[in-house]
Design a protein around this ligand. Structure first.
Ligand SMILES: Nc1ncnc2c1ncn2[C@@H]1O[C@H](COP(=O)(O)OP(=O)(O)OP(=O)(O)O)[C@@H](O)[C@H]1O
Length: 226
């Protein structure tokens, strides 16, 4: 479904050149649950940004459903992100003035979906994350765990091919973190493809696949190696 082929990503900072990704090749198949682990600055966010269509590689190709997205222009890229990717962030990134339901409907506004369908789809997504009793609450009126559920519902509302979760439990206490991990695994069992960046090795070990990044190079690792 997603194939990263010989990708390099360099950033130039004045005279200095930083190689954030160095000859990375990786396949993500439909239904996968992949954990990406690695030290700070190793290239995890860079890899997620490239696959998620937030940035383009310096060299190499990224095929999604057979199409090379690595040279997409802004408009094609935002269409790709909107239709195929669901993002879940550590800091939730919810709009504080909007209710849970309105937050979840947001991506559908950008996709040009009619209001009635928007509401139906958003309610379905909120049901998936077990938050039907908080549809009218604003983020400030919810716990951290509930806010992350809203952001997961928002990520799912467009039926994405893949859900990217960047440290999804990083801002949660251990009980809420555990519940969010259970939810992600439950969604994976329902067929959603999940790629998660984590510093938490216990969480990484629960993933079906673990990809470790060090100095911009990726390596598939076994559970007992970490
Ligand atoms: N926009 C940028 N401009 C210049 N250098 C960058 C940029 N983005 C990332 N880098 C560099 O690329 C390397 C990889 O960064 P990246 O953010 O992918 O690491 P990470 O593994 O996600 O780190 P963390 O766990 O701390 O979030 C680092 O050396 C970083 O300083």
């Amino acid at each position: 479904m997603i194939e990263v082929r010989k990708v390099n990503k360099t950033y130039s900072m004045g005279k200095e050149i930083v190689k954030a990704l160095d000859d990375v090749s990786l396949r993500i198949n439909a239904g996968d649950f992949v954990a990406i682990v690695g030290p700070s600055g190793s290239g995890k966010s860079t890899l997620m940004n490239l696959i998620g269509g937030l940035d383009t590689p310096t060299e190499g190709q990224i095929f999604v459903d057979g199409k090379d997205i690595s040279h997409y222009k802004d408009k094609e890229m935002s269409k790709y992100r909107n239709e195929k990717i669901g993002f879940v962030f550590q800091s939730f990134n919810l709009e504080n003035t909007l209710t849970a339901l309105e937050n979840v409907m947001m991506p559908l506004i950008f996709a040009g979906v009619k209001e009635k369908t928007r509401k139906e789809k958003a309610l379905k997504a909120l049901e998936l994350v077990d938050l039907m009793d908080k549809t009218k609450n604003r983020p400030m009126e919810m716990s951290g765990g509930q806010r992350q559920r809203v952001s997961i519902a928002r990520a799912l509302v467009n039926d994405p091919h893949i859900v990217f979760a960047d440290e999804p439990t990083g801002n949660l206490d251990s009980k809420n973190g555990k519940a969010i991990m259970e939810l992600l695994h439950e969604l994976n069992k329902k067929g959603y493809t999940i790629v998660m960046v984590t510093h938490n090795m216990e969480q990484a070990k629960q993933a079906a696949r673990i990809v470790s990044i060090c100095d911009g190079r990726t390596r598939e690792v076994n559970r007992d190696e970490i």
